[in-house]
Design a protein around this ligand. Structure first.
Ligand code: PMP
Length: 360
């Protein structure tokens, strides 16, 4: 009998309970306007106030200097694979790709589609992407180097960044933005889809150094960062609800002590699960190198596909939801984003212990 569920989804993912409750309470009438936030115009002062507040809260949370623009975009991280290339790969038309797994490869493929040369400057391939590449083989000039700070599928995460030798760094932070501290100054541009650590799908965060804007000529308007910046990201109708929800999550994060506090919580959650996995005779973690382990996505398996399937089925019946691993890695994956509670990891570990006993 399921009374409470824990949602281990890799994204769209769990949101803070208090945020869901606030959204529910505010739903019929946003700020006493008599209109739902689902109905308000993006040209209204209600929207504008909400938009600017969300932006300034994000700036505070990530300590984003004024020399960086914050854009609220659409099209997910996937469209940013293209947009970053179009806006920033303008001089050499060549970028260096740090290949740490599936999503970094996707970033490279999309850049190539718009005529950018992609040099694989490092790869985790030899380890089957269970270890991160840090040593870069840089040859010639690059418009930027691309890094995926957290590899959602493979379960690896950069705690320290590779030495870029003065090259501009572009970071896909989709699955650990606001969950792990990074210095924004180390990046020329950061992007992230919102649907993992921030809010519902539909919003994509772009943080870009202002002096990088305006180098590209004649881009489709929606993909042109400088046009988007000039129009406060409202070149077309923005995802009002997703921005509203993100704003509530930013407030929730500020109340809990910001990114540093989140990072601590995430480390504690992940440690509980990894400790169990490291000592289990049945379950194995996909990533064994401790310093490369993601705190937000933890893939693991028994090594027996049928047993994995049985585990997932029985876990689901117990309210431990969305534990099926990505097809590229197989097995299970527990995503432990900011809003995922410690108690959920305790429940998972308790269930794994029980399950292991039935297997013998
Ligand atoms: N990059 C990373 C690291 C991801 O985890 C994902 C989504 N799983 C993407 C990019 C693609 O994101 P979107 O669906 O927002 O396009």
């Amino acid at each position: 009998n399921v009374t409470e569920v824990y949602n281990f989804s890799a994204g769209p993912a769990v949101l803070p309970v208090s945020v869901i409750k606030k959204m529910q309470a505010e739903q019929p009438s946003f700020k006493d306007s008599g209109m739902s936030v689902l109905e308000i115009s993006h040209r209204s002062s209600l929207y504008e106030e909400m938009f600017h507040q969300a932006k300034s809260d994000l700036r505070k949370l990530m300590k984003i200097p004024d020399t960086y623009e914050i854009l609220f975009q659409q099209g997910g991280a996937t469209l940013q694979f293209t947009a970053t290339a179009l806006n920033l790969a303008t001089k050499q038309k060549r970028i260096g790709l740090i290949d740490s797994g599936h999503w970094s490869q996707r970033a490279g493929q999309e850049a190539q589609l718009v005529g950018v040369e992609v040099d694989p400057v490092a790869s985790g391939q030899a380890s089957g992407y269970t270890e991160l590449p840090y040593q870069l083989n840089l040859t010639g000039a690059y418009d930027y180097l691309h890094i995926t700070t957290n590899n959602t599928i493979e379960g690896t995460m950069y705690r320290r960044l590779p030495a870029t030798e003065g090259n501009l760094l572009v970071g896909d932070m989709s699955s650990n933005i606001l969950g792990q501290s990074y210095d924004v100054n180390d990046f020329g541009l950061i992007y992230a889809g919102a649907q993992k650590n921030i809010g519902p799908a539909g919003l994509t965060i772009v943080i870009v150094k202002k002096d990088l804007l305006g180098q590209a000529q004649a881009l489709p308007a929606m993909l042109d960062y400088s046009k988007q910046a000039k129009k406060d990201s409202a070149l077309n109708t923005p995802p009002v609800f997703a921005i509203y929800a993100a704003g509530l999550v930013f407030k929730w994060l500020l109340d809990l002590g910001g990114v540093a506090a989140m990072q601590k919580r995430n480390e504690k959650k992940a440690a509980l699960l990894y400790d169990y996995l490291d000592n289990s005779t049945l379950f194995k973690p996909a990533v064994t190198k401790v310093s490369d382990r993601s705190t937000t996505n933890v893939p693991f398996m028994t090594g027996d596909e049928a047993l994995d399937a049985r585990f997932i089925e029985e876990a689901t019946a117990q309210g431990l939801l969305n534990l099926k691993g990505h097809r590229l890695v197989g097995g299970m994956r527990a995503s432990l984003y900011n809003a995922f509670p410690y108690e959920g990891v305790e429940a998972l570990v308790a269930f794994m212990e029980k399950f292991a006993k039935t297997v013998g």
